[in-house]
Design a protein around this ligand. Structure first.
Ligand code: GLY
Length: 334
């Protein structure tokens, strides 16, 4: 009697379970194969997100717990921070470029490998949702600047001034010297990158940011770039980045982490290896900037790692939300 094991997702049933079934290879009287009843392993929805964006994660969790999809969860989670005008690194209230314009970057990627992004967008706060529209309603994957803004307006997004009074004052003060010396999320948080695993076992991710404060007009970082700020491979896992986008892009960080997981590394080890690729470059000025990564694999294992201290991330799994202080490269390696 030959025994063959396989894993079957019961997504169509809506049961929210992963069933591990066994097929008995021997024939019954009628000559047909017979399927044994399967042990059922429930999948608990999971969310992981950069920094201490607790409200965003709670929103994503509510969607997943109600049976929603990972792609809806990450979009709605990111929108919470985009709408928070006190949050100076994402959406409305984000820090402007050197000319006082707030320009936003975002991307989203679903379980089928579909991807959408918008870059350097003015006047529209929910850029993660515009990115989703690019993914679902255009033949393209990226729209930039005015084209992205026009597209958003054509889809019903309402333009608004994203520069708040307090941020405008900070920019005016900065202009007195115009010294460009960003202390990149060593002490402040920045980009929200969010990854979710839904009850059907599907992975999705999203990323949204206002980028570096006082950046050059037109500058875009890692956050909307596939493989840089975000990458999802539903067979393997997903990763997202925060910190100095230039350093993430030079090492294609999120794609690297997913590929390392494909080769068998845990999410934690893969994040550590991606950080090592940055700091072991002899040209790297890594003591003066921050990069942090988060990752999740298909089994729901998670990890996170950064160059410096001060990076934390939220994980929701087994029914509880936890803010985890990341391990960091500079812990013992000064
Ligand atoms: N990680 C955000 C940026 O560099 O723009």
């Amino acid at each position: 009697m030959k025994r063959r094991k396989f894993i079957e997702k019961l997504s169509a049933s809506g049961l929210g379970v992963l069933a591990i079934s066994s097929v008995i290879g021997c024939k019954s009287k009628g000559g047909k194969r017979r399927r044994e009843s399967a042990p059922i392993i429930p999948i608990k929805p999971q969310v992981i997100a950069t920094w201490n964006f607790g409200k965003a994660v709670e929103t994503a969790v509510q969607i997943l717990e109600a049976g929603g999809t990972a792609i809806d969860a990450v979009e709605q989670g990111c929108r919470v921070e985009e709408a928070d005008s006190k949050q100076q690194t994402v959406g409305k209230g984000g820090m402007p470029d050197s000319e006082g314009n707030v320009t936003l970057d975002a991307c989203i990627m679903d379980e089928k490998g579909n991807y959408g992004a918008v870059l350097c967008v003015k006047n529209i706060k929910h850029v993660v949702s515009v990115a989703r529209k690019v993914m679902e309603e255009t033949p393209h994957v990226m729209l930039v600047g005015e084209g992205a803004e026009k597209f958003a307006i054509s889809k019903g997004f309402i333009p608004e001034d994203l520069l708040t009074e307090s941020v405008k004052k900070a920019w005016e003060k900065w202009k007195e010297t115009s010294e460009y010396n960003p202390i990149i999320n060593i002490e402040n948080n920045d980009t929200i990158g969010m990854l979710a695993l839904d009850k059907h076992g599907q992975l999705s991710g999203a990323c949204t940011t206002s980028g570096l404060a006082y950046k050059m007009p037109g500058r875009v970082g890692d956050s909307p770039i596939i493989g840089g700020g975000l990458f999802v491979d539903n067979e393997v896992g997903a990763a997202a980045a925060t910190g100095l986008g230039e350093a993430v892009l030079k090492t294609v960080g999120s794609f690297l982490i997913v590929e390392l997981m494909r080769q068998g590394m845990s999410p934690q080890d893969a994040c550590e290896e991606a950080i090592k690729r940055i700091v072991t470059n002899p040209q790297s000025d890594y003591k003066n900037f921050q990069v942090g990564y988060i990752a999740i694999n298909k089994k729901g294992e998670t990890g996170g790692y950064s160059i410096h201290e001060w990076f934390s991330y939220n994980v929701y799994k087994k029914g509880a939300l936890e803010n985890i202080k990341s391990d960091f490269y500079l812990a013992n390696k000064q």
